[in-house]
Write a protein that binds this ligand. Structure first.
Ligand code: BGC
Length: 749
């Protein structure tokens, strides 16, 4: 596990050398412990506990261990760590403060890949992009609550997710963990996940802060972007997630930002996160992302994670010495401990303790939560001639490829959730610590058979392309499953793996009624798009993937996902047609110049008048919607948009009216920004009135020199579309000037 990161680490240290392990018996007397009174506020409780703590105890809270043994480094985790877990921070028994048991991550309860441990078998949500593709915050919250509850039942009180780095780089190997390319969508979906996780008394961790947008060179690259552009894009996603979700922690990332390591960036941590946004939780480092003691401590890092990943333990003994020498003030150490305590009290970690033994988990119920998420996350990209839904009366159906007879693909790396029932396709070769490819045992084939029991359904693995084409010619309908595997610590080309493009082209040539189901990290190129009848993007479908895909294929549910990322038509359309860092020797630093500034994804494409394969926000349905009655309302200088949406088709379906805004005078990073949306389920003929409040920051630009959002008075465009590239309705509105300090957040409704 983590071998790519291990290469960066020179020292071999053992846990036993850390001199400030917490006092368990020593220290002031046991009672009273007023901070355990749950009627007090988290702030009061944190203050009370802090006052009772010794310096060693404060230092111990700021130092986390890897929870998994690493024999090659002679590392053994503290005995109380959960076997095969990501992290562990000792508790302080005399004060009644439990340890922090940390696990990955945003899709469910992971186990570190290591031959030393049995994997925890847990429920996996579909990929983060699938959840974002639901455009349904309520569903995202339910998913968060499900994985939070599994975490708690598994003995964890810190869940190291969700991830919400903007998907600026479609080849980024962790796109599947994230929530798309738009700050509003990513921020709102992540906020909902955070609320769900923390509802289960488990601290959620928003990560990776910030601009950790590609895996190639992630430890050494510097993401270079103007402060204002960052505030309007990647940082805005975090700002929204933090203000709406209130995560207990934020994880600073591996990369550098404008030449400074993210975990020692005073600008990112102290000024923006804690200052401007008033973040009250704590900042923990990514595993191996700390490079200094005093610089990191003074910049705002509160907890070093995952010892032995850093090249030396920068907090722990070194922080103790820096503190004693006055290089780190007492107030800063107090602030670290207080923030951690406050997050624990706020999430209810002390009031809902974990007993250590795994509690029973209702896997059948949890799988349905994952399935519901996937059912709304699947995006129908093409549907020529009403090829979908498949008729239940289909006679001869051929299913090909993607191991659809056994399961659905999952992404690799620290986020991998090992499924109940084990890997459905064991024995695939592993390219690195982050693999091998893992398939969750939720087979689409079985679920398809269940929906059309009368049909003659055959499965071919697709390895023999000629044979697949021959059989396709004899079938009434063909469904080809195609996969693209991605993982933490690698980036991937924007193509399907192996010979799958050839397979699809050959099958489509033999049978025009070919449907393609993609299980991909994110956007892929589709050279065969013109030849196939239909395409569904199913992302990494999660533990309920098989039935979800089958139900959408047969129309038991209307496809209601909308793309949370653009699908570019070619690499030339990207801000970096060649992936930054390509050809740079391992460990040699390089810059990723964010020439796009705040114009990530569709904003870049629109600014340069580039037509993608499929635009952000796009997704077909089996029904049709009409939008009407667009009105703008300006109250107290703030814009609200209202409209009516009607289901004009003959099936149930979910409309997603997307509101885009633009400045008539220009001056923005792009012509349009997503300003809001709504997701409305409607029966045939059903109508709903929708009202969407536009956050004024989405109508403003950030003025770094004055640390303010600024919106000049003037004319602003409002569009309602079914994607970033469409306008079903359009209007203009006059808005007064609005200017507010960086610390602005919307008043509670
Ligand atoms: C990843 C984090 C993860 C941590 C602990 C790192 O490699 O970047 O997302 O939480 O490991 O496993």
């Amino acid at each position: 596990m983590f071998h790519s990161r291990a290469l960066l680490l020179a020292l071999t240290l053992t846990v036993l050398s850390f001199p400030v392990r917490p006092a368990t018996a020593a220290g002031p007397a046991l009672a009273p412990r007023p901070w355990l009174d749950s009627s007090l506020s988290p702030d009061s409780r944190a203050d009370l506990a802090l006052r009772a703590m010794t310096r060693g105890e404060k230092l111990s809270l700021a130092f986390g261990y890897l929870g998994t043994a690493m024999p090659d480094r002679h590392y053994v985790p503290p005995p109380q760590a959960r076997p095969g877990s990501a992290g562990f921070v000792p508790g302080i028994a005399r004060l009644g403060l439990p340890p922090q048991w940390e696990t990955d991550a945003g899709l469910g309860v992971a186990t570190q890949r290591s031959s030393l441990y049995a994997y925890r078998e847990r429920t996996s949500l579909p990929s983060g992009l699938s959840t974002a593709a639901t455009w349904n915050a309520a569903l995202a919250q339910k998913g968060g609550a499900m994985i939070g509850a599994e975490a708690h039942s598994s003995g964890f009180n810190v869940l190291l997710g969700p991830g919400l780095d903007l998907v600026r780089e479609p080849r980024g190997g962790r796109s599947f963990e994230y929530a798309g390319e738009d700050p509003l969508l990513a921020g709102e979906i992540a906020a909902a996940e955070i609320r769900g996780i923390q509802s289960q008394h488990v601290i959620a961790v928003a990560k990776h802060y910030a601009l950790n947008d590609q895996e190639t060179g992630r430890n050494v690259l510097s993401a270079n972007i103007s402060a204002a552009a960052a505030r309007e894009s990647d940082l805005l996603a975090f700002e929204l997630a933090i203000e709406q979700g209130r995560p207990g922690a934020v994880m600073c990332s591996y990369n550098l930002v404008n030449g400074v390591h993210a975990c020692e960036s005073q600008w990112l941590l102290d000024r923006v996160l804690k200052g401007d946004w008033g973040f009250q939780g704590y900042v923990m480092s990514d595993w191996g992302a700390v490079h200094s003691t005093v610089r990191a401590a003074l910049a705002g890092l509160d907890q070093e994670s995952g010892y032995v990943f850093d090249s030396q333990p920068y907090f722990g003994a070194a922080l103790s010495e820096a503190r004693a020498a006055g290089r780190v003030p007492a107030a800063r150490l107090d602030d670290m401990a207080r923030r951690i305590l406050r997050a624990m009290f706020a999430a209810g970690v002390m009031d809902h303790p974990i007993d250590g033994a795994s509690a029973a988990i209702d896997f059948a119920a949890d799988r349905l939560v994952a399935q519901a998420d996937e059912e709304q996350g699947i995006v129908l990209l093409k549907n020529a001639g009403g090829a979908l839904p498949l008729p239940r009366t289909v006679q001869k159906l051929l299913v090909i490829g993607g191991h659809a007879d056994r399961g659905v693909l999952a992404g690799g790396g620290s986020s991998t959730v090992f499924p109940v029932g084990g890997n459905a396709v064991p024995g695939l070769p592993s390219p690195g610590w982050y693999g091998p490819e893992l398939f969750l045992p939720s087979a689409p084939l079985g679920a398809i058979m269940g929906r059309a029991p009368q049909a003659n359904i055959r499965y071919l693995d697709g390895d023999d392309i000629a044979a697949a084409a021959r059989e396709a010619a004899k079938a009434d309908r063909v469904v080809v499953f195609a996969t693209q595997w991605a993982a933490e610590s690698i980036d991937v080309p924007m193509t399907l793996d192996g010979d799958q493009n050839k397979l699809i082209a050959a099958v489509a040539a033999a049978n025009p009624r070919t449907v393609v189901v993609l299980e991909s990290n994110g956007a892929v190129l589709m050279p065969w798009l013109g030849e196939v009848a239909a395409v569904l993007e199913a992302w990494y479908p999660g533990s309920g993937g098989g039935p979800a895909i089958a139900r959408v294929l047969f129309g038991d549910v209307d496809p209601s996902g909308r793309l949370p990322v653009s699908f570019p038509a070619s690499l030339d359309q990207l801000p970096h047609p060649v992936l930054p860092g390509t050809g740079v020797p391992d460990k040699q630093s390089f810059a990723v110049d964010y020439t796009a500034g705040a114009a990530a994804g569709y904003k870049w494409l629109q600014k340069h008048a580039l037509k993608p394969l499929f635009p952000f926000g796009y997704g077909l349905t089996y029904t049709r919607f009409r939008y009407s009655g667009l009105r703008t309302h300006v109250v107290g200088g703030q814009l609200t948009v209202s409209l009516t949406v009607t289901n004009t088709g003959n099936r149930d379906g979910a409309a997603v009216p997307e509101v885009y805004v633009g400045a008539a005078s220009g001056g923005w990073e792009a012509p349009r920004r997503l300003g809001g949306w709504s997701k409305v389920m409607l029966p045939p003929g059903g109508t709903a009135a929708v009202s969407i409040r536009i956050d004024p920051r989405l109508l403003a630009t950030f003025d770094e020199a004055h640390d303010r959002w600024q919106r000049p008075a003037g004319t602003y465009h409002v569009w309602v579309g079914e994607s970033a590239a469409s306008s079903e309705l359009a209007s203009e509105v006059q808005l007064p000037a609005w200017s507010h300090e960086a610390r602005w957040s919307p008043p509670a409704i």
